[in-house]
Design a protein around this ligand. Structure first.
Ligand code: B1M
Length: 222
């Protein structure tokens, strides 16, 4: 079974969704994350092992390559597609409680801002690392973050902003969260955001990329 986990990790790393998928060309005709995950579960592999020894390893590898500019957004999207397809087989185990997630991560692009490509990458990487992700989308007001946090006490919140103008909205949301749901951990990111800005607005952590967000979340529960 270890070999199957290794193959699942490879499928996620290289974005091989299923057997009929033509991408990547050098894996044409081979089983993808879809078939291999089903095979592993049908043959008695534990869903936790499929997740941690297969899917998560693949997502970690692509996350590191993305950080080092060895791959670009389209490759990461294919990896996420492979992971999401495999996750459909694991979903019943999550829903039954047989597999526990690491925690809940609530993410959104702040009010006034419609950019979501970077936020989606963070969301996919974090989910691929075993967290439950609640993605509130774009143009998200403080109130929506607050009500979601109240429904999921102890969750960690991620704010994304791509415009210098909406960085101000990020600051306003952080203040409202600190007032209304004190103690909530807040992670911020987005092209114009810096660690200096994080310090100024009092958020807990800044990450320039999805991998940093994953590492921060995993450190929190270590
Ligand atoms: Co917009 N846009 N845009 N845009 N757009 C920028 C951001 C801009 C830099 C372009 C430019 O002028 N050179 C500029 C901002 C300038 C500024 O504020 N200083 C700009 C502008 C001005 C605008 C409009 C105002 C244009 C107009 O209408 N006049 C308008 C605003 C709309 C609005 O939001 N209200 C607008 C609209 C759009 C589109 C809708 C056309 C489209 C967005 C489509 C979409 O997202 N679905 C768009 C796009 C695509 C861009 C550019 C070209 C690309 C952004 C992107 O997706 N990058 C961008 C210019 C550029 O960057 N070259 C630009 C790829 C993505 C993977 O990177 O989002 O940085 P990024 O995410 C990274 C990290 O930042 C990090 O991880 C990701 C992966 O490494 N990260 C996090 C992101 N969020 C994180 C959260 C974390 C941690 C890490 O923790 C929570």
């Amino acid at each position: 079974m270890e070999e199957i986990f290794h193959q699942i990790a490879n499928c996620v790393e290289f974005g091989k969704v299923n057997k009929t998928s033509p991408y990547p060309p050098d894996m044409k005709g081979q089983d993808g994350a879809d078939e291999l995950t089903k095979y592993a579960l049908d043959n008695g592999a534990s869903p936790v092992d499929v997740l941690n020894k297969g899917l998560v390893i693949g997502m970690e590898k692509i996350g590191l390559k993305f950080r080092e500019n060895k791959v670009f957004v389209p490759q990461v999207l294919m990896s996420a597609k492979a992971m999401n397809t495999a996750m459909l087989h694991l979903k019943p185990y999550f829903q039954s409680g047989a597999v526990k997630r690491k925690g809940i991560f609530v993410i959104g692009t702040v009010v006034g801002d419609l950019h979501d490509i970077g936020k989606n990458l963070v969301s996919m990487m974090v989910e691929g690392n075993g967290w439950e992700v609640i993605d509130l989308g774009t143009d998200v007001k403080a109130g929506k973050f607050i009500s979601t946090i109240q429904e999921h006490p102890g969750c960690v919140v991620g704010l994304s902003a791509l415009l210098t103008t909406t960085m101000g909205n990020m600051e306003m949301i952080v203040k409202e969260l600190q007032d209304q749901v004190p103690g909530t951990r807040i992670l911020i990111g987005g092209a114009p955001v810096t660690d200096e800005f994080r310090k100024k607005i009092g958020a807990d952590f800044y990450s320039p990329d999805p991998q940093g967000a994953v590492e921060y979340l995993n450190r929190m529960i270590a």
